[in-house]
Design a protein around this ligand. Structure first.
Ligand SMILES: *Cc1c(COP(=O)(O)O)cnc(C)c1O
Length: 410
């Protein structure tokens, strides 16, 4: 066998370039992370060669004894880590996992209540450009204009008036703790199912740095590649009563063969997340986010909801006069990679909104601590306001020095 560099130098060089980019910049994208070499090894294993349609000991292909063992280890670790009766580790990613929740519990045209995308929800919670907004009747809740926080009274009024059959909680740009018990009470009042999408905060939940939806939500959907620090993939968690509906929705409802290499890497990530060091990591993510929020507030920045309880901040740049996209592009030139993001009630269009979203999972994996955050805030402040390339280049040099002192796991 020949190495990648021998067989395909073009792709090998591109991968090396991406590795260098990740090494030499600081990733502030709230949904990204750096996996361990162990997770990477499982992802790059020969399991990618196997077909395993079905579930352990109920496969449609021979040769699955080993894969059965891998999937059983993964599901058992998921059940133990999150304290649930059932886990399905086959969803190919977060969006397909969420679709499986619809397939398990709803018929087309049923009413779903989800958080609006521009308030911090996810496309798959019923937004119009997603099939979840076209195949279901979708109703949206947002946040209060004065606080930037979800208003459960609004959620309750909508759920009751619209007779929601499924309610989603959780999202992609929510800087505050999700009140799972509050959502569950509403779902119970109106006879709706409650689905918690914890894609962003699964690692915080596993590490005890965010309350768990277990015992409150009927179904829990999560990606495995964000704060949980696993491979790109997803899981569905539930009580025993919804196990077969969710399993059938994933396969044969929506998917064919599972990605066994990903399943193995999820098992490894769950093992890592069960170690005491991971709880420290989860709390360190939040400590870094809070420190970064404080440092930005001190510099006069506007944060949606006034701060953060978790791993992310949503910075409203309206007062600076710099649009989110221009800010994100400038910061990238300075070596700080983030994404532009709508803020609640954003008057600007989605492709050029008023904010940026900043997250601390990846920099915390590299070992950055709260005392690095004032410097990071200074770079962000200088980068956003920079009018010349020289300033961005100067910051780029300073970021590079810190990045090289705190390399990603290798
Ligand atoms: C990231 C995310 C998803 C989608 O995950 P993909 O793996 O990108 O499909 C779904 N829901 C939430 C809340 C997310 O943050």
């Amino acid at each position: 066998m020949h190495s990648l560099a021998t067989v395909d130098p073009q792709v090998a060089e591109l991968i090396a370039a991406e590795q260098a980019r990740q090494h030499d910049t600081l990733c502030l994208i709230a949904s990204e992370n750096h996996v361990s070499p162990a997770v990477l090894a499982a992802t790059g294993s020969v399991l990618t060669n196997k077909y395993s349609e079905g579930y352990p000991s109920k496969r449609y292909y021979q040769g699955n004894a080993v894969v059965d063992g891998i999937e059983e280890v993964a599901t058992q670790r998921a059940r133990e880590l999150f304290g649930v009766e059932h886990a399905n580790v086959q969803p190919l990613s977060g969006a397909p996992a969420n679709l499986a929740v619809y397939a398990a519990f709803l018929e087309p045209g049923d009413t779903v209540l989800g958080m609006a995308l521009d308030a911090g929800g996810h496309l798959t919670h019923g937004w119009g450009v997603s099939v979840t907004g076209r195949w279901f009747r979708s109703v949206r809740y947002g946040v209060r204009r004065d606080t930037g926080v979800i208003d459960l009274d609004e959620v309750r009024a909508l759920a009751r008036r619209e007779r929601a059959k499924l309610i989603w909680c959780g999202g992609t740009a929510i800087p505050r703790t999700i009140d799972f018990a509050g959502f569950a009470a509403i779902a119970q009042e109106v006879g709706a199912m409650l689905a918690a999408d914890v894609a962003h905060i699964a690692g915080l939940i596993a590490g005890g740095a965010h309350p768990s939806p277990v015992g409150h939500a009927d179904a829990i959907a999560t990606t495995t590649h964000k704060t949980l620090r696993g491979p790109r993939g997803a899981m569905l968690l539930s009580g025993a009563e919804h196990a077969s509906a969710l399993d059938r929705a994933v396969f044969p409802g929506l998917q064919g063969g599972p990605h066994d290499h990903t399943t193995a890497a999820i098992a490894v990530a769950l093992h890592e997340a069960a170690q005491p060091a991971f709880a420290e990591y989860a709390h360190a993510i939040v400590a870094n986010a809070v420190a970064l929020a404080d440092a930005l507030l001190e510099r006069g920045y506007d944060l949606v909801s006034g701060g953060t309880d978790n791993h992310l901040l949503l910075v409203d740049l309206s007062a600076t006069g710099v649009p989110g996209r221009a800010a994100a592009e400038a910061l990238e030139r300075a070596g700080l990679v983030c994404n532009y993001n709508a803020v609640p009630f954003d008057p600007r269009p989605p492709l050029d909104p008023s904010g940026i979203r900043l997250g601390t999972p990846a920099i915390t994996t590299r070992g950055l601590a709260p005392d690095h955050m004032p410097e990071l805030a200074r770079w962000i402040d200088e980068g956003v306001r920079a009018r010349d390339e020289a300033t961005l280049e100067r910051i780029r040099g300073e970021v590079l020095e810190l990045a090289r002192a705190f390399p990603p796991p290798a």
